[in-house]
Design a protein around this ligand. Structure first.
Ligand code: GDG
Length: 472
């Protein structure tokens, strides 16, 4: 893309998200270019964007840099600047060290700092102002995720003519945990500025409406909240999905098939290949799954000459203390397992702390025998769905935590409680040894779910609900 700046941005459909859907590419001759990043959200929203003169408001990823709006791939990109201090306080601090652990069942202790909150308010206002400035009269604005929970109310105050949707990608916690937050009232009211608040699961909707009943002077009838000023906000579950056909096509392509065979060879042609793919995050249960697998190998229940566990852990939030600490713990755990039960040229765990192109992920999914997804808490978990979309044939198994949102839809997975190491061990064994007919039946049911409910359907359902005038 050329990155020409449109003089006056005005859009009838606006997405507001912490990050823009573009990455900067630096060419050898020094020129800079932008390329749309291939995330599921972009794929789902691109058609809507093109049809409606869409704009996307978000941060471009580099601190202390102010950029003009530009056009990329038919989408108007509206960069929001953040200073290094705002990145530390609003993003790494309040978003990722306060809200993230609080909303994930406090599996790590959340930190509460008033200066982080102040930065969160300031940055949310900047996003809201930017969205207000680029929205046409009566435009639809869709705000994404926990970094921007104040934006709906701020935006509604600035622009009462807009139709405002919000989607939370992570869990919404039970009232008993949420009420620890010193700024619980502001966040709740921020969300209630929306016309439609989307959550991953019905359980999150219940947590939210229960909170509103207890703590806000509003009338709650089923999923409709009516505020004293007459504004009606609706809360509803929209389980997010993936571009299922896109993933399948990628997995079927000749280079990816060839790469899958090559991976298998490089691993020494194991009988059973286990696979884990996660951002390196303490919510994902990476330690629990490796411990379970390590014990199975040490006890001789899995033969280290025949099995291998490939764990991809994509670097994430490396400036947040909890994440640095987790990285060291996992390094140590992998070292211990490989040191204790490894053979020359055949480590039982192949640990990759880096990120890979989509093609490589598709090759891994298509060849892995047992996909292991064990989060302690997860809004949805797209990795589980990507495995199902990419893995063809009758042999394959998905081991899935009950605490992942995906478990709500992927009922035919081999379910585990990630807090119960013996349960993980027994289920990993079962997933290897189950009768082929059982595996085939489960995979077929999973596949039907993932192909019937893809990301386009998710976006269309949300946007058509948002379109309907809701009354209390
Ligand atoms: C949040 C919620 C919810 C990972 N490593 C690489 C790579 N990935 C891709 C995966 C997948 C995505 O990143 C991770 O999505 P998840 O859903 O598994 O988890 P979160 O990042 O925590 O996402 C989650 C999601 O939002 C959507 O609402 O499901 O619950 O926590 O797509 O494939 N992709 C590439 N290389 C990698 O190394 N190309």
């Amino acid at each position: 893309g050329s990155g020409t700046a449109p003089a006056d941005v005005s859009a009838s459909f606006v997405v507001v998200a912490n990050r823009l859907p573009v990455d900067r590419v630096q060419h050898p001759d020094g020129t800079v270019d932008w390329r749309t990043s291939p995330g599921g959200l972009v794929t789902a929203l691109e058609p809507v964007m093109r049809k409606n003169e869409g704009a996307w408001v978000g941060w471009h990823g580099a601190p202390d840099e102010v950029l003009d709006p530009f056009e990329e791939d038919g989408i108007t990109i509206v960069p929001v600047p953040l200073s290094s201090q705002e990145v530390a306080e609003y993003y790494e601090g309040f978003s990722n060290a306060t809200l993230w652990p609080l909303y994930h069942d406090v599996v790590a202790p959340p930190e509460f700092h008033r200066e982080w909150w102040d930065a969160y308010v300031r940055v949310n206002r900047r996003f809201a102002e930017r969205a207000a400035a680029v929205s046409d009269e009566g435009a639809t604005v869709w705000v994404q995720d926990y970094q921007l929970q104040l934006v709906p109310q701020m935006l509604r105050t600035m622009r009462p003519d807009l139709r405002i949707g919000f989607f939370l990608h992570i869990p919404f916690p039970p009232v008993e945990l949420f009420q620890q937050l010193p700024w619980r009232r502001e966040i709740t009211e921020g969300l209630l500025g929306s016309d439609l608040i989307g959550f991953q699961l019905p359980g999150a909707v219940q947590n939210f409406t229960r909170l509103v009943r207890q703590r806000v002077s509003a009338e709650v009838r089923r999923d409709l909240v009516t505020l004293p000023d007459g504004h009606v906000a609706r809360a509803k579950a929209y389980p997010i999905s993936i571009d299922s056909r896109g993933f399948r096509e990628l997995a079927r392509s000749a280079p990816v098939r060839e790469r899958a065979r090559e991976i298998r060879r490089d691993l020494g042609d194991p009988e059973v290949m286990f696979l884990g793919v996660d951002r390196l995050d303490y919510t994902k249960g990476i330690k629990q799954r490796l411990r379970a697998y390590g014990e199975l190998v040490a006890e001789g229940r899995l033969d280290p000459d025949k099995v291998v566990f490939v764990q991809v852990a994509t670097p994430s939030r490396e400036r947040v203390d909890q994440y640095r600490h987790l990285r060291d713990e996992i390094d140590m755990l992998v070292g211990r397992i490989n040191g204790e039960v490894g053979r020359i040229g055949r480590p039982p765990v192949v640990y990759l702390h880096s990120s890979f192109p989509r093609e490589e992920m598709a090759a891994l999914y298509s060849t892995a025998d047992v996909m292991v997804v064990t989060p302690l808490r997860d809004g949805m978990n797209l990795v589980a769905k990507e495995y199902v979309a990419c893995h063809e044939g009758d042999e394959g198994a998905l081991v899935l935590s009950e605490f992942a949102g995906a478990a709500y839809e992927l009922k035919q997975a081999y379910k585990i409680n990630p807090y119960d190491i013996n349960d993980i061990k027994a289920t990993l064994e079962l997933a290897c040894r189950d009768a082929p007919t059982n595996k085939a039946r489960r995979l077929r049911a999973l596949r039907k779910q993932v192909f019937d409910n893809d990301i386009t359907r998710w976006a269309d359902t949300f946007l058509s609900d948002l379109d309907q005038k809701v009354t209390g």
